[in-house]
Design a protein around this ligand. Structure first.
Ligand SMILES: NC(=O)c1ccc[n+]([C@@H]2O[C@H](COP(=O)([O-])OP(=O)(O)OC[C@H]3O[C@@H](n4cnc5c(N)ncnc54)[C@H](O)[C@@H]3O)[C@@H](O)[C@H]2O)c1
Ligand SMILES: O=C(O)C[C@H](O)C(=O)O
Ligand SMILES: [Mn+2]
Length: 564
């Protein structure tokens, strides 16, 4: 317990009902007397460790992941300290329950599983009250972090309407678990601008705004109004965009990123974690980034974000022009290879240098199998949401031409992966260097007794650190160089660098450690670029940063009628 007691005015039921301050059976006798709790609690005073032990046993009583998710969700509504302490102690085990893949089911069934609301919901009918609603949700707090989704493209499961609050709050929880962001300084938001999901529109129990999605100018005005409020009232808070539709994601990022610290996780976080995994893979193959031939299957937010991040890293490494670096990429979307003849089927946000010239290609055949046959890629990345699209034929064709094919099926949740790691491993005789978007079990290495650990190439391995670095340095914006610095740090920490048979990325159990290192790299870069507003010390930044992390521990309370 910290030496300085916290002064609180909340008493009795109100204190027990406050997830932020509640300690349950861990209230001391002195606190029970001071806050009117003595008769409201059973006699024994527990330690946090005892509470964690009890909660873990209760968690284990549920054997279905979605029930475990519901259990953790209700624990979060009761006692933040216990919730975060429990998950921190079982991070690797519980990550898939609070995040991909289980969170996808919780979001898809949001209206049916609903118990208690959290975060902020904003919808068009109350647009005129947006400022008041926003301020009510902030409740006088100065925030460090706001995570917002409009729920149009949740993971790979599409439009989820008001269920989108689930991804905003899961991403915010991970900021706390993996980067020590104080949950009291974070806000999860969903811009519930309607849904085009027929299933939800027809569901009597749907609890969102039951209209078709806002689009065009009214949509932009709505989002701009929200961003304007963030800028006005929470000018220091990092604004994290999550799972927006591809036609909006890039545009909104470009529009706002120079005027506020803004980050799009699907574009930038995914680009950064994939760059780190690829750096580790090419260190195993002893090749260079600029020598790769990279096929990206699914050129949406994630696919394009990855292509851009890898292209820019190539440019930094070699001084190549954008155009020349882009020649190492073949992007495929639902109409096949993205080439000139697709005309207006090519989305406006696609960088022109990624569009293959017709005379470069010279055939009408433009599907993945053909592209792999002709291009002989060294790297194959899946961000298409199309399960099984990396077929045995395609993987074997790839493996004919490269000794160690680098294969990253990244579509979440688990069931949407383009290939199962065990298949990619078997079809390449254990030669494939694999990373996936969701967690998978290790696979056999032919002729060896040890297993090949599949790296989880999920943006959660880096976004908390990118965010923490931006928050602590109070940067005016999150620059490309800050993101590259974070990715480089993550790459340096890859287990494969020490042992080529080991994973391409750090395991998620160490997410807090690596994200902290990422944050330090981001802070250094922010200071160097002159975008940091905080008084960052010249020396011992590690200690300075560490002292600011929130930890799930109880502090002693003292009653004061004035409160905090
Ligand atoms: N591992 C990670 O960290 C991570 C991060 C972000 C997204 N993702 C996953 O990547 C997937 C895509 O996410 P997104 O945000 O880019 O979504 P998105 O909707 O922006 O992109 C998906 C793209 O795939 C294309 N596509 C659809 N069918 C196709 C087909 N048959 N062939 C080729 N392309 C096809 C779509 O046209 C679209 O451009 C999701 O499953 C998501 O969960 C993973
Ligand atoms: O949420 C995740 O698991 C990663 C990513 O942001 C995604 O959209 O799939
Ligand atoms: Mn996402």
């Amino acid at each position: 317990m910290s030496k300085q007691p916290l002064k609180l005015a909340l008493t009795g039921e109100a204190l027990l009902d406050s997830a932020r301050y509640n300690k349950g059976t861990a209230f001391t006798e002195k606190e029970r007397a001071a806050f009117g709790l003595r008769g409201r609690l059973p006699f024994a005073v527990n330690t946090l460790e005892q509470q964690v032990e009890r909660a873990y046993a209760q968690y284990k009583d549920h054997d279905v992941a979605i029930r475990q998710n519901a259990f953790l969700q209700s624990l979060k509504a009761q006692n933040w300290t216990l919730f975060y302490a429990l998950i921190t102690r079982h991070l690797e085990e519980m990550f898939p329950v609070i995040y991909t893949p289980t969170e996808a089911d919780a979001i898809a069934n949001y209206s049916h599983l609903f118990r208690r609301s959290e975060g902020l919901f904003l919808s068009p009918p109350s647009v005129d009250n947006m400022e008041k609603d926003f301020l009510d949700a902030c409740d006088g707090r100065v925030l460090d972090l706001i995570v917002v989704s409009d729920a149009e493209a949740i993971l790979g499961i599409g439009d989820q309407g008001s269920g989108g609050i689930g991804i905003s709050s899961a991403k915010a929880v991970i900021y706390t678990l993996a980067a020590g962001v104080d949950p009291a300084k974070a806000l999860a938001v969903t811009l519930d601008v309607g849904t085009n999901n027929e299933k939800l529109l027809k569901d009597d129990l749907y609890i969102g705004y039951r209209e078709r999605r806002l689009h065009g100018r009214p949509y932009d005005d709505f989002v701009d109004k929200f961003v304007g409020l963030v800028r006005k009232h929470q000018s220091k808070a990092l604004l994290h965009f999550e799972d927006f539709g591809v036609s909006n994601a890039q545009r909104l990022l470009q529009r706002h990123r120079d005027t506020h610290p803004i980050f799009n996780d699907d574009i930038q976080g995914t680009g950064a974690v994939t760059l780190a995994a690829l750096q580790a893979a090419i260190s195993v193959t002893s090749s260079k980034l600029q020598d790769q031939r990279i096929v990206v299957f699914g050129a949406g937010s994630a696919g394009l974000g990855i292509a851009r991040q890898l292209r820019d890293a190539m440019r930094v490494a070699t001084g190549l022009s954008k155009e020349d670096a882009a020649k190492r990429f073949w992007l495929i979307d639902k109409y096949g290879l993205i080439k000139e003849s697709l005309g207006d089927k090519i989305r406006d946000d696609l960088d022109s240098e990624f569009i293959r010239r017709e005379d470069d290609w010279g055939t009408d055949e433009n599907q993945l199998a053909e592209v792999v046959k002709r291009v002989k890629p060294t790297v194959l990345i899946g961000t298409s949401t199309q399960p099984g699209s990396f077929t045995e034929g395609i993987i074997k064709e790839m493996a004919k031409h490269v000794e160690r094919p680098i294969i990253f099926p990244l579509s979440n949740p688990t069931r949407l992966h383009e290939v199962q790691p065990k298949d990619a491993n078997a079809w390449t005789n254990g030669k494939a260097l694999i990373a996936t978007g969701s967690p998978f079990h290790p696979v056999d290495i032919p002729g060896k007794s040890k297993k090949y650990v599949i790296a989880e190439c999920n943006n959660a391995l880096i976004y908390p650190g990118l965010g923490l670095g931006t928050i602590l340095s109070r940067s005016k914006k999150m620059t490309d160089k800050m993101i590259i610095a974070g990715a480089q740090k993550l790459a340096e920490l890859a287990p494969a660098l020490k042992d080529p048979d080991d994973a391409l990325l750090t395991p998620f159990g160490d997410a807090a450690k690596v994200n902290f290192e990422v944050a330090l790299a981001v802070i250094d870069q922010a200071v160097e670029e002159g975008v940091a507003d905080a008084d960052v010390p010249k020396t011992d930044r590690r200690k300075w940063a560490e002292a600011q992390l929130w930890k799930p521990e109880y502090v002693e309370y003292e009653y004061s009628a004035q409160g905090l």
